[in-house]
Design a protein around this ligand. Structure first.
Ligand SMILES: [Mg+2]
Length: 390
């Protein structure tokens, strides 16, 4: 079966968090791992330090020799864990099938999420953007048909890289890369492969599998498969959180509730449309407001039944808006629907706000058809047209 796998890896994670929390460290070569006088190794270093040849796992004393002006930071695991949880929470919004590899790295199987959130590349970009906007950090993302290729892809254009490898390009994508990028190829295997005249993954692709097995034992077969980008391992599931949402950031802060409502309706209709496209309905509405000073509030409201209708989402969110909004200028507004279930699993049709649900469904299906054919901007609710859609 065709799969779409995302691999996400935070860029210079510990160092980036230190630079985020301590503005005076920004733009400077910094090394996280302890003082250069002790015998530890570099946990992470900033990109500025990498320019001096400093690398992860290098002895701190060696790092100090290469980059005498580096700032050495001890590291704060509890802070990194806290941010790590936020990163994974963002990823979990796009699929329940997530496998954490380390504190700053995870796989996400988005095969079944594409109808809801768009192609894998778009999901990858969205996650990356949210990490930048919400956490002030950068991540690199690979999108590919399996874990191996996704991981190679995410590592290729760091920092802030997004590398997408469609299934038909896997073999040619891998071919020019060095054999060291293949999982399991350490210095020893690399030496053996070099002695056979094999330097790139393309060289391994062309090599007869018998020769590889002869020199590398059982790993030879596996190496041959990986060189062709074949990797069937599933993404191990860990979490089960899922929601569909949209947000809007204003160019200038807005304190007029009618303008907020117009935007909210626009966002609700985008959410509704995606739910219908993905053939799911949700039972919980969440409203998010961020004020000018970046203070952010969310409020949730359970619905008596599941819905995928724009106006159900809008009215529930509007009730939350009236409760939450305190008149201060708003910078960002968002609405999401969670507690999702496939259509049909919630047999009861929710009829919160429309006595004639059949009629509103027919209307909305007509709107969907028109938008699918002519694009999003072609039709909108009257209230919605009071502001420009993003
Ligand atoms: Mg990383």
């Amino acid at each position: 079966m065709r799969r779409v796998i995302i691999h996400l890896d935070m860029d210079a994670f510990f160092a980036a968090v230190e630079q985020l929390d301590n503005p005076e460290l920004r733009g400077k070569p910094i090394i996280v791992g302890g003082s250069p006088d002790n015998r530890g190794v570099v946990a992470t270093c900033s990109y500025e330090a990498r320019r001096f040849g400093v690398r992860s796992a290098m002895p701190l004393s060696e790092a100090k020799r290469r980059c005498p002006d580096c700032v050495f930071v001890r590291g704060r695991m509890s802070r990194y864990s806290e941010i790590s949880r936020s990163v994974f929470a963002i990823m979990a919004d796009y699929s329940p099938q997530m496998e954490r590899v380390s504190i700053d790295e995870a796989f996400l199987d988005v095969t079944k999420s594409e109808p809801l959130f768009g192609p894998g590349a778009q999901i990858g970009r969205t996650i990356q953007q949210r990490i930048t906007d919400e956490l002030g950090l950068s991540a690199s993302v690979g999108v590919a048909p399996n874990k191996f290729v996704a991981k190679v892809a995410s590592d290729l254009r760091k920092p802030q890289g997004l590398v997408v490898v469609p299934p038909e390009q896997v073999v040619s994508f891998l071919a020019p890369l060095g054999i060291e990028r293949i999982w399991g190829v350490g210095p020893r295997a690399a030496q053996i492969l070099h002695s056979l005249g094999l330097y790139t993954i393309g060289d391994v692709q062309k090599c007869r599998v018998e020769i590889l097995s002869d020199r590398l034992g059982v790993y030879g077969q596996r190496l041959h498969e990986l060189s062709h980008g074949l990797d069937e391992r599933p993404v191990a599931e860990q979490d089960d959180v899922k929601s569909v949402g949209h947000e809007h950031t204003f160019d200038s802060d807005v304190s007029n509730i009618e303008v907020l409502r117009g935007v909210l309706l626009h966002l609700a209709s985008k959410v509704g449309r995606r739910l219908r496209k993905g053939q799911v309905k949700g039972k919980t509405i969440t409203l998010k407001l961020r004020y000018m000073d970046f203070s952010t509030f969310t409020r949730q409201s359970p619905l008596p039944g599941a819905t995928d209708l724009d106006l159900d989402i809008y009215h529930a969110a509007d009730k939350l808006l009236v409760r939450l909004f305190d008149g201060r200028p708003v910078r960002l507004i968002g609405v999401s629907v969670s507690n999702l279930a496939p259509e049909g699993e919630n047999a009861e049709q929710l009829d919160l706000f429309h006595p004639d649900t059949g009629k509103s469904r027919r209307l909305i299906e007509t709107m969907d058809r028109i938008r699918n054919k002519h694009g999003d901007g072609i039709i909108s609710y009257a209230k919605e047209s009071e502001f420009p859609p993003e």
